[in-house]
Design a protein around this ligand. Structure first.
Ligand SMILES: Cc1cc2nc3c(=O)[nH]c(=O)nc-3n(C[C@H](O)[C@H](O)[C@H](O)COP(=O)(O)OP(=O)(O)OC[C@H]3O[C@@H](n4cnc5c(N)ncnc54)[C@H](O)[C@@H]3O)c2cc1C
Length: 385
């Protein structure tokens, strides 16, 4: 019998299998596809990682731990996953983003540089923005190679003895007096514990609880630039802008496709999560409007959208307060749930894997995760708060 079954081997599940296998447990990982794949939430080359978290200072201790766990897997696998480009964050000085960064940095003594727009433009001539806005530069930030992170965690988990099964879909699960049973198409498997990390399919894996999760379709765009302004090799960083049209972010030009940019705000609610996406003209227009206003040399003076080299769709799984769900199920404590990463979870997957392993083993992870508890979403069909 397995100690733990992990369902979903994307960002969270791959790291969870590794963390459990490292602790010597007998682990079975199951995925309906073969990760890394392009059907869920963990594809498209890159994910930003940053520490002065504008969303809430409570995430900072988790991030500190996430950074050291990324270092650990890099050195164990001898693979570079993290690229420390720095992150330039720009917006109104009294806006949620700049205020949130300053609050997290102050509370946790994090090093940041505060610049006027003029200073930011002297440093990075390719950027624009309201001259009254403020810029913050986070040196200790950059990006992770998303697919490579998952592939690395899975291969390291296997080397540590985890059994991984691909193209196997969990049809249902049920709690038993001393464990769980997981029903696949052709068999039922028993284990002591279950970790559910199904990403945008979380709602289906937890159907009976009717959690208020909303899946949004999001889009990523790559543009080849006619200038050296945005090259990573010339020191251009990752960027995040708080604009009147919403939040936009992206990555310096590197690799084959050029500069990557996307809209963090917005998104289209979807009912059917099947990994197929349609282009969204309105979203692309907003992204290109953002580029012409704030990174004007990407499209050039002709505002040339044919510089687009690649596009991809992806899913955010949103909770109402946009904080994750990281907990055991109150009515089945042998079942751990990591869900609702709300479009900002990849940077945490190293530490979420570690936390999931502690929740499964009922040991103390040493981090405050009370603010991510599932009881804040007790539902008509679910458990008492
Ligand atoms: C466009 C975009 C940009 C983003 N940018 C950032 C960023 O810059 N920084 C950041 O930190 N985060 C970012 N995020 C968020 C981050 O990527 C996600 O929060 C994270 O990747 C989610 O990981 P996951 O493991 O929850 O889901 P996934 O990686 O999608 O994994 C879920 C897995 O579960 C499997 N599965 C589901 N149901 C079943 C079943 N019944 N049986 C078997 N297998 C099943 C699926 O096949 C899948 O492999 C971004 C997300 C998107 C879409």
């Amino acid at each position: 019998m397995f100690d733990v079954i992990v369902v979903g081997l994307g960002g969270v599940g791959s790291a969870t299998c590794y963390a459990l296998a490292k602790k010597g447990l007998k682990v079975l990982g199951i995925d309906q596809h073969q990760p890394p794949h392009g059907f869920g939430s963990s594809h498209g080359d890159t994910r930003i990682i940053r520490k002065s978290y504008f969303e809430h200072p409570s995430y900072v201790p988790l991030l500190k731990s996430a950074y050291s766990l990324w270092q650990e897997i890099e050195s164990r696998s001898q693979t570079q996953l993290y690229y420390p480009t720095g992150l330039l964050e720009i917006g109104p000085g009294d806006g949620d983003v700049i205020q949130g960064i300053l609050r997290s940095a102050a509370e946790h003594h994090l090093p940041i540089d505060k610049w006027s727009m003029q200073k930011a433009q002297e440093r990075y001539p390719g950027i624009g923005g309201d001259p009254n806005w403020q810029a913050v530069f986070e040196r200790d930030a950059g990006y992770l190679l998303v697919e490579k992170c998952i592939a690395t965690y899975l291969s390291q988990a296997e080397q540590l003895g985890a059994t991984l099964r691909y193209h196997q879909k969990m049809i249902s699960w049920a709690g038993e007096s001393h464990g769980v049973q997981v029903r696949l198409q052709h068999e039922t498997i028993h284990a002591k514990k279950l970790v559910l990390c199904a990403g945008p399919w979380a709602q289906q894996s937890l159907a009976k609880y009717d959690l208020p999760l909303k899946v949004l379709r999001k889009h990523m765009y790559w543009y080849q630039c006619d200038t050296q302004d945005y090259l990573q090799s010339h020191g251009f960083p990752c960027f995040f802008f708080d604009t009147p049209d919403g939040y936009f972010y992206g990555f310096p030009e590197h690799g084959t496709y050029g500069l990557k940019v996307a809209r963090h705000s917005g998104g289209t609610p979807v009912e059917q999560v099947d990994g197929t996406h349609n282009r969204d003209q309105e979203d692309q227009q907003l992204v290109e409007k953002f580029l012409s206003q704030y990174l004007p040399n990407v499209l050039g003076p002709q505002a040339n959208p044919s510089a687009l080299t690649r596009w991809s769709g992806c899913y955010y799984t949103m909770t109402p307060d946009e904080n994750f769900i990281v907990d055991r199920l109150p009515d089945y404590p042998q079942v751990v749930v990591i869900a609702g990463l709300s479009g900002h979870g990849f940077k945490f997957t190293s530490v979420l894997g570690e936390i999931a392993s502690h929740l499964a083993m009922e040991t103390d992870c040493g981090l405050d995760i009370d603010f991510l508890g599932i009881n804040r979403y007790s539902t008509s069909k679910g458990f008492a708060p």
